[in-house]
Design a protein around this ligand. Structure first.
Ligand code: SF4
Length: 355
């Protein structure tokens, strides 16, 4: 059977510092854990038949939290799979993306970096317990440009504590001056048991968040960005090919603590327990994807982007579709249903009608 899995996600769970809103799979960085982790990750990768990938995405946690020798070891572990890869991304935090790490990334063929910035406002960064300032963001971007890695994404969070329309506009102005090719903006989620939750902070109200999205969309559109996914904007030609794998409902390998993958008709999730992971008990949950599930995933994921959904997946829903086209939530283009900006902002309502 031909191997159709063209994308690989690798999770590096270590962070030098834990942010007050974080609900990702992450652990405080300790060198001895990181050494064992990389050995185990290498074995896990070898257990899959990974060939001719199109994209690799190394996320976290904070991959750049690894010390330089371990960072290089990670790149060496991935090297057998990175030959010919079209898009090879590393996530990074500004304070740990040093010029040494950038030159290692360049040397091993990494051609895209996603930088966790969240906001450029120092007071809010302190509230979040983020350990970088905007000067470090500028320095990290300079290192990337000097090394010729010009494809970088900046992550922002909307609706942070103490934020305002003015702060958001300032964030966008600061970020645009760095010439990113891609910007991701996610609304703040306050998860139980996080420090922000314990301090009584709340998520922004829906209409406030919508107002922030409208500002982001207006400012980025007027600066040449395309809104191509609910929370993602790109300069032409720089959309995230790796993330499009997910949104197209295509298969991918997922390796590392807490990583998810989709191979054949199985969606799986790795354990978030480090002891188990280090013992080689990687996969914790498996879901067999039936043809009904496949259709549901196709609708949920395809409608997140302007590539849209093949109308064949929405058979029998012609009346609902016509009404959503009338109300400006969807358009029909080349046999596909494409969400408008308005549609993306109320995606849940569209999905309810189609699933
Ligand atoms: S750097 Fe990212 S993964 Fe690590 S604690 Fe902060 S938000 Fe979580």
């Amino acid at each position: 059977m031909m191997n159709k899995v063209k994308s690989l996600y690798i999770h590096i769970p270590f962070c030098n510092n834990i942010c007050d809103y974080c609900d990702f799979t992450k652990l405080q960085y300790f060198r001895n854990f990181a050494v064992s982790y990389l050995d185990t990750l290498e074995k896990e990768l070898k257990g899959y038949q990974i060939e001719e990938l199109k994209t690799i995405y190394v996320g976290g946690g904070t991959p750049t939290a690894l010390e330089d020798d371990l960072f290089e070891k990670l790149l060496e572990i991935i090297k057998p799979y990175s030959n010919g890869v079209q898009e090879y991304t590393f996530e990074a935090n500004p304070e740990s993306l040093t010029s040494q790490k950038v030159s290692l990334l360049k040397q091993y063929g990494v051609n895209r970096v996603s930088l966790g910035v969240q906001t450029t406002n120092q007071k809010i960064l302190n509230e979040l317990n983020r350990k970088h300032d905007f000067t470090q963001v500028k320095e990290a971007i300079k290192c990337l440009n000097d090394a010729g890695i010009e494809n970088y994404n900046v992550d922002l969070i909307l609706g942070l504590p103490h934020t305002s329309e003015k702060i958001l506009r300032q964030d966008l102005e600061n970020i645009l001056a760095l010439n990113p090719k891609h910007i991701s903006c996610y609304g703040l989620t306050i998860h139980p048991h996080t420090a922000l939750f314990n301090r009584g902070f709340q998520e922004p109200e829906g209409d406030v968040l919508r107002q922030y999205y409208d500002i982001v969309n207006e400012v980025l559109a007027s600066n040449g960005f395309i809104h191509y996914e609910v929370s993602n904007w790109t300069k032409p030609g720089y959309q995230s090919e790796h993330n499009l794998t997910y949104w197209r409902n295509e298969q991918y390998f997922g390796c590392g603590l807490g990583a998810s993958g989709y191979i054949g008709n199985i969606r799986y999730k790795n354990t978030i327990n480090l002891d188990r992971y280090l013992k080689g008990e990687y996969v914790q949950e498996k879901e067999v994807v039936t043809s009904d599930d496949q259709r549901t995933y196709q609708i949920m994921l395809n409608l997140r982007t302007i590539e849209g959904l093949d109308v064949l997946f929405a058979k029998g829903k012609e009346k609902e579709i016509a009404s959503m086209i009338d109300s400006g939530l969807l358009i029909k283009k080349d046999g596909r249903l494409v969400p408008t900006y308005e549609g993306m902002m109320v995606l849940d309502q569209i999905l309810l009608k189609l699933i």
